[in-house]
Design a protein around this ligand. Structure first.
Ligand SMILES: C[S@@+](CC[C@H](N)C(=O)[O-])C[C@H]1O[C@@H](n2cnc3c(N)ncnc32)[C@H](O)[C@@H]1O
Length: 296
C-alpha cells in the first residue's frame, strides 16, 4: 500500500511540468496526474488526472481489433499512460520515448509492478532520435508533442519513416493541422482522417487539440497487416480530395468502431452507398488558431 501511495505521489510531482521547446511547461491544473490509465497493479483514476488514456484510444479507434498483436511506438510518452492502456487491448509490444528521466523511471516501475514485460521505456530526445535506430512499428503515437520539438518538419519525416501502418497524431492547440495532414500525405501516407478535437481534458478550454489518423495502405516490410485497408484509385485527385476520399474508403474498409468519435454533420456517404461513413467532405472542421491559456 505504501508503494502505491508513493508511486501516486511521485506521479503527481512529475506531472507538474514537462520538457518543452524552450525550458519547462508548468501545468495550470494543479494536483493531477497527466493522464489516467489502468493496469493490473496500479491505476490512476479519471478523477485524479488531467487526461484520459482510454478515451483518447477510443477517439482514435484503437480498439482491440486494431491493436491486438501489433507493435506500438509512443514518442513523448510522458509516464506511459497510453501504452499502459494499450496493454489492456492486447498490444504485442510497446516502446515509449520520453525526455524527462523521472517520467521514464515511473513508467518502468509501473511496468514492473504490473508485469508488463511487453513494454519498454527509454529516455531520449525526439529531436535527435534516428529513424533507423527506432525501426518500424505498426502503430505510432505522436500526441501533443509537435509544438514541443525544435523542428516540426523533422518530426513529420521521422513519423513517416517509423510508421508501418497507422499514425495517431494529436496536434497542440493552435497548430495548422491541415498543413500537417497535407505534409504527411506528401511524405508517403495514403490517407488522412481528421477526427475533430480531443474531448478528454479536465479543463474544457484545453479540448482544442486536433486529432488526425494517418494510414499507410501498402504494407511495409516488417509491419503487420492491418485489417482490410485499401484505397480506391485516386491518381487524378487533388491532395484535398485524396484526404477526403482516402478517409472515407479507409473508414469503410477498416470497419472501425467510430461510435466514440462521430463528426458533426455525419451522414451516409454518397460515394460509398450502404456504408456507415460520415460525409467527411462536408464535416471537416478546423480548430481556432492561437488559443491562449492552454495546458499543452
Ligand atoms: C504535452 S506532453 C504529452 C504527453 C503524451 N504524449 C500524451 O499526450 O499523453 C509532451 C511530452 O513530450 C515530452 N517531450 C517534449 N519534448 C521532447 C523531446 N524533444 N523528446 C522527448 N520527449 C519530449 C515532454 O516531457 C512531455 O512528457
Amino acid at each position: 500500500m505504501q508503494k502505491i501511495d508513493d508511486l501516486m505521489e511521485r506521479l503527481l510531482e512529475s506531472s507538474r511540468s514537462f520538457r518543452k521547446r524552450s525550458g519547462r511547461h508548468v501545468l495550470r491544473t494543479e494536483d493531477v496526474v497527466y493522464c489516467a490509465f489502468s493496469t493490473p497493479g496500479f491505476s490512476v483514476p479519471r478523477a485524479l488526472a488531467q487526461r484520459d488514456a482510454a478515451r483518447r484510444l477510443t477517439r482514435f479507434g484503437l480498439d482491440r481489433s486494431q491493436v491486438a498483436g501489433r507493435t506500438v511506438l509512443d514518442l513523448g510518452c510522458n509516464a506511459g499512460a497510453m501504452l499502459f492502456e494499450l496493454t489492456n487491448r492486447g498490444v504485442l509490444s510497446g516502446r515509449g520515448i520520453e525526455f524527462d528521466l523521472d517520467k521514464v523511471e515511473l513508467a518502468r516501475e509501473i511496468s514492473r509492478l504490473s508485469q508488463l514485460t511487453q513494454l519498454q521505456f527509454e529516455q531520449g530526445d525526439i529531436d535527435r532520435v534516428d529513424a533507423a535506430d527506432l525501426g518500424l512499428f505498426d502503430v505510432v503515437l505522436a500526441l501533443a508533442i509537435e509544438s514541443h520539438v525544435l523542428d516540426q518538419n523533422r518530426l513529420l519525416a521521422l513519423l513517416a519513416e517509423v510508421t508501418g501502418q497507422v499514425l495517431c497524431f494529436e496536434g497542440n492547440a493552435g497548430c495548422d493541422i491541415r498543413e500537417i495532414g497535407t505534409t504527411l500525405l506528401k511524405l508517403g501516407f495514403d490517407g488522412i482522417e481528421y477526427l475533430g478535437t480531443c474531448d478528454d481534458d479536465l479543463r474544457a478550454a484545453n479540448n482544442r487539440r486536433p486529432l488526425l489518423k494517418a494510414w499507410r495502405t501498402r504494407r511495409r516490410s516488417g509491419s503487420r497487416p492491418f485489417p482490410g485497408v485499401s484505397l480506391p484509385s485516386m491518381q487524378s485527385q487533388s491532395a484535398a480530395e485524396v484526404v477526403t476520399h482516402a478517409a472515407m474508403a479507409l473508414r469503410a474498409e477498416a470497419a472501425m468502431e467510430t461510435s466514440g468519435c462521430a463528426m458533426p454533420g455525419a451522414s451516409a456517404s454518397p460515394r460509398f452507398p450502404g456504408s456507415k461513413l460520415p460525409n467527411i467532405g462536408g464535416a471537416w472542421r478546423w480548430p481556432v488558431a492561437g488559443c491562449n491559456g492552454i495546458d499543452e
